[in-house]
Design a protein around this ligand. Structure first.
Ligand SMILES: Nc1ncnc2c1ncn2[C@@H]1O[C@H](COP(=O)(O)OP(=O)(O)OP(=O)(O)O)[C@@H](O)[C@H]1O
Length: 465
């Protein structure tokens, strides 16, 4: 078993079997989704990426920093010592194996720890050290002489809250006087008691119950409010409303910290609306390039024809490893069954699997036990499988209106050709509609998608070279 699955297991993966969506409105979980476009649940994806993360991701992207408050100090630090933390916290950081701050930490920590406290809206890609940054801020702000909650941290799901709590527990291991409590389902408190822990980490529903309905702590005494996975929180209806209710009850002096790997425009506009005078740290747009990927299209009559094309190129695609993308779970299951019946060894990853099952599938694929992975859009951005050389679009990605979804195309074929290696993308076309989608993609990226005849052995040989 590879290390990362071991790590995942250590992180109590069995717990993940508990309904992941329990804190998410039911609309995201109901209905038969086999025939619909299979899309990733953002909170699940986030958890998956977090568990998969082997360590710190070094991003080459630059950060764009905007400050609303001209008086706030903005400088970056190159060492953790320069932050003048409590020695016990510094010891905790080193015990976690952190030697130097990551880029987001360098930039964000001086502002996060500054006095008077500054508000922040920060974006940085998954695995770059955001959690560690805000957890450090949370721990630093606690006054242990007071026995009431002073820090609230909201996560979209039970599992993500537990992950954050584990980071806080490890980082604060030499500060035993700092007390932390989870506000998640299953945690019960006596109605007549008061919460005395300093830090509460949990989901919005439970936090509202404890703070507003049961009045187990005083929201006005909260000094730091962290919204983790802010994009998911703000974009998910139920969470959105609950977060606003919590936010409204906070003191205007409370430090507001929003963290997320992505922010679309509406989410950022909303964040700016409710966070006053924030320092905003954002990623600069990544240069999007398909330069090292050769793209082909194959004309097929129908789904059977697409299957034949795959049969013809199977020898070629299984030299390295390939990912085949389908639009729906049903197509993915159909294709997998057919290929398996033809004695090809394939793995399937679609949205009906639990996070735990997805981890197991990815582990087998990464370790090379299967050469071909059939999937849908649930295998989304942020999940790297370095050894993939060929991506096949069994169905081209389209939006709800059936138009070319160029962004998804880029993310899908970006699974190959990573780190400057060359990759191959093969698009299976059946009929005029998918041809026009293919042309639209070609036009969008201004890069030729070349005709490939999979009935011709010479043509097939060409793709491998
Ligand atoms: N300064 C550091 N030095 C070494 N490792 C670090 C450092 N900061 C964080 N890490 C490690 O890097 C990994 C990713 O960090 P973290 O979980 O904080 O990232 P993140 O940006 O919050 O990711 P996500 O978006 O998935 O939540 C973790 O394993 C963490 O322990």
């Amino acid at each position: 078993m590879t290390d990362w699955v071991k790590i995942a297991e250590d992180q109590e993966v069995p717990k993940l079997k508990i309904d992941l969506n329990a804190d998410v409105p039911a609309t995201t979980t109901t209905g038969n989704k086999d025939n619909e476009a299979d899309v990733a649940d953002p909170a699940e994806t986030s958890l998956l990426i977090k568990i998969l993360g082997k360590g710190l991701v070094n991003t080459k992207q630059s950060l764009d920093i905007q400050q609303k408050n001209p008086n706030s100090p903005l400088h970056s630090v190159k060492t953790f010592e320069a932050l003048h933390l409590k020695p016990e916290l510094l010891k905790g950081i080193y015990a976690m194996g952190f030697n130097t701050p990551s880029k987001i930490q360098e930039t964000a920590l001086p502002t996060l720890l500054a006095d008077p406290p500054q508000n922040m809206i920060a974006q940085s890609q998954s695995g770059t050290g955001k959690t560690a940054a805000f957890v450090l801020a949370m721990l630093s702000r606690v006054n242990v002489a007071l026995d009431h909650p002073q820090v609230l941290c909201l996560s979209p799901t039970y599992e993500l809250a537990i992950q954050t709590g584990e980071v806080a527990a490890r980082m604060g291991q030499f500060c035993p006087e700092i007390k932390l409590r989870f506000a998640v389902r299953g945690e019960e408190v006596d109605r007549n008691s008061k919460i005395t822990e300093h830090i509460l980490i949990g989901t919005p529903g439970k936090m509202l119950d404890w703070g507003l309905k049961m009045r187990l702590f005083d929201m006005k005494k909260i000094r730091v409010f962290v919204l983790d996975e802010a994009d998911v929180m703000i974009a998910t209806q139920g969470h959105h409303d609950q977060c606003i209710r919590i936010h409204k009850m906070l003191n205007s002096q409370c430090q507001m910290l929003f963290f997320s790997a992505t922010y679309d425009k509406e989410v950022m506009d909303f964040a700016r609306l409710i966070v006053s005078e924030p320092t905003i740290i954002r990623l600069m747009r990544e240069e999007e390039s398909l330069d090292n990927i050769k793209q082909y299209y194959v004309n097929c009559k129908n789904e059977e024809g697409k299957y034949n094309a795959i049969q013809n190129i199977y020898g070629c695609i299984s030299i390295g490893q390939a990912i085949i993308f389908c639009h729906t779970r049903k197509t993915a299951a159909w294709l997998a069954a057919k290929m398996t019946a033809d004695a090809h060894s394939v793995a399937v990853l679609s949205g009906d699997l639990t996070v735990e099952q997805r981890l197991a599938v990815l582990d087998r694929f990464r370790s090379g036990q299967e050469k071909v992975l059939i999937t849908t859009n649930v295998l989304s951005r942020g999940i790297d499988i370095e050894q993939v050389t060929i991506v096949v679009n069994f169905d081209l990605p389209v939006d709800l209106r059936g138009n070319a979804d160029c962004e998804t195309y880029l993310h899908r074929i970006g699974r190959t050709g990573r780190f400057g290696k060359s990759g191959i993308a093969i698009n299976l076309i059946d009929g005029e509609k998918s041809m026009s989608v293919c042309r639209a993609i070609e036009k969008h990226f201004q890069k030729d998608i070349i005709y490939l005849n999979t009935d011709n052995a010479d043509d097939i040989e060409k793709i491998g070279n």
